[in-house]
Design a protein around this ligand. Structure first.
Ligand code: DAT
Ligand code: MG
Length: 149
């Protein structure tokens, strides 16, 4: 099973969407193996979005992501990285396919509610940035035999 890093961004927390968004992933069958609320320190935000450091939106992006608490999580499941990306939809909520999380809850690219790792390599990097190994919980779910054949 694959793991991915997911984050409900400050706008999602402020808009009381934490429960709804976690419920989407839970109902899908993804397993929560790590979960916490935190305020992202500036240096962590800059590392997390390091690939964008030369883009014009980097400054506002770091301001936004550090502007309030976020809910960070690690989700586990079959093709978890791609599955979460597809459930989130395109980066711009107005371009995201109907029914996706960003299409359902967002209006602006700079307030797109949720983050999900874009590849297994990014997932490994981001999980390590945000979670220590002791914060990730290994456990069995009896329901898995009703989710996977
Ligand atoms: P994603 O979050 O879908 O992986 P990304 O990695 O390209 O998208 O960009 C990271 C975040 O930066 C994205 O969620 C919103 C912001 N962003 C991306 N492109 C932008 C743009 N053209 N203008 C403003 N913000 C942008
Ligand atoms: Mg990205």
């Amino acid at each position: 099973m694959e793991r991915t890093f997911v984050m409900i961004k400050p706008d999602g927390v402020q808009r009381n969407l934490v429960g709804n968004i976690i419920a989407c992933f839970e109902k899908k069958g993804l397993k929560i193996v790590g979960l916490k609320m935190m305020r992202i320190p500036r240096d962590l935000a800059e590392k997390h979005y390091g690939e964008h450091k030369d883009k014009p939106f980097f400054g506002p992006l770091v301001e936004y992501i550090t502007s309030g608490p976020v809910v960070a999580m690690v989700l586990e499941g079959k093709d978890a990285v791609t599955t979460v990306r597809e459930m989130m939809g395109a980066t711009n909520p107005l371009k995201a396919a109907p029914g996706t999380i960003r299409a359902t809850y967002g209006m602006d690219i700079g307030r797109n509610v949720v983050h999900g790792s874009d590849s297994p390599a990014s997932a490994g990097r981001e999980i390590n940035l945000f979670f220590s190994p002791e914060e990730l919980v290994d456990y069995r779910r009896d329901v898995d035999r009703w989710i996977y054949e």
